[in-house]
Ligand binder design. Structure first.
Ligand code: ATP
Ligand code: MG
Length: 249
């Protein structure tokens, strides 16, 4: 044997220390280990650049050979868990637990599963690649130099508008999900396509809250689109989204 178990362990600990230096004190050991696993199983080759840092997550661009990925790291030590607290313990398979980390891990897995359902149904959304603990790897949206902008910073053409509403409809009718936190902040626009993101909190259409959340999603999107001079009506869009009508105006 070339390396004994203890030598191997030492090596891993050295690498961990190195990684810890790179990430400063942002991540706990659990997070670093999950990242480390994504490198040792060859899902990722290197980090490229940070994309966004919020209260609940950090998103990085990473690569493997020539392929880019987005890595969303759910903070296990965040001070607030706005979304998670909002939905905690109520429904959707996240049972109440005092263990915050377990919670966050479930949240990351929910996002993976919802991205999977969305993509498989034909919704334009990042394809999920892998989730380990609190770290989710998905399709990266953007160029190798800059990540795609949020919809809030884009001009809304008829084409983008149509695709966005069609995606919300497909999410409802095919994936049987309601996003629940839609806004111009949760779509990326890349190559004239709107990518739906941030989908961990999505709920099933048969949930008793589904219609309330769907109405809110539609209200927010309609208000945003109408700022560009469109005269969309929420009721028409609602009927279109649930599949009761084939036109949204
Ligand atoms: N697949 C992706 N490709 C490129 N950029 C992405 C991708 N996913 C997320 N981002 C970027 O990371 C940001 C945060 O992602 P997301 O909205 O999923 O996380 P969040 O923690 O809910 O953040 P927030 O609380 O700001 O909504 C996005 O606004 C977007 O700029
Ligand atoms: Mg978001």
């Amino acid at each position: 044997m070339f390396s004994s178990d203890s030598e191997r362990k030492e090596k891993i600990e050295d690498r961990l220390k190195e990684t810890q230096k790179v990430f400063g004190y942002v991540f706990d050991k659990f997070t670093i280990l999950n990242i480390y696993k994504l490198f040792t199983d060859k899902t990722l080759g290197r980090f490229e650049f940070p994309i966004a840092s919020g209260k609940e997550s950090l998103v990085f661009a990473a690569s493997n050979d020539d392929k880019f990925y987005a890595v969303k790291i759910y903070k296990t030590v965040a001070s607030t868990f706005k979304n998670i607290e909002r939905y905690a313990g109520q429904r959707w398979g996240i049972e109440n637990t005092r263990n915050k980390r377990k919670f966050i891990v479930q949240w990351a897995h929910r996002e993976y599963r919802n991205l999977e359902l969305a993509s498989a149904s034909g919704v334009i959304a990042p394809r999920p690649i892998k989730v380990i603990g609190n770290v989710l790897v998905m399709q990266y949206v953007g160029t190798k130099r800059i990540p795609a902008p949020l919809m809030k910073d884009c001009d809304i053409t008829e084409n983008i508008l149509t695709q966005t509403l069609h995606s919300i409809r497909t999410l409802y009718t095919k994936a049987q999900l309601v996003h629940g936190d839609l806004s111009e902040y949760n779509f990326l626009v890349y190559r004239k396509r709107p990518y739906m993101i941030d989908i961990a909190q999505a709920i099933q259409t048969n949930d008793k809250m589904a219609l309330i959340l769907l109405r809110r999603d539609i209200e927010i999107m309609t208000k945003f689109f109408n700022k560009f001079g469109y005269k969309l009506l929420e009721d028409k869009i609602l009927k279109y989204t649930v599949g009761e009508s084939n036109v949204f105006r």
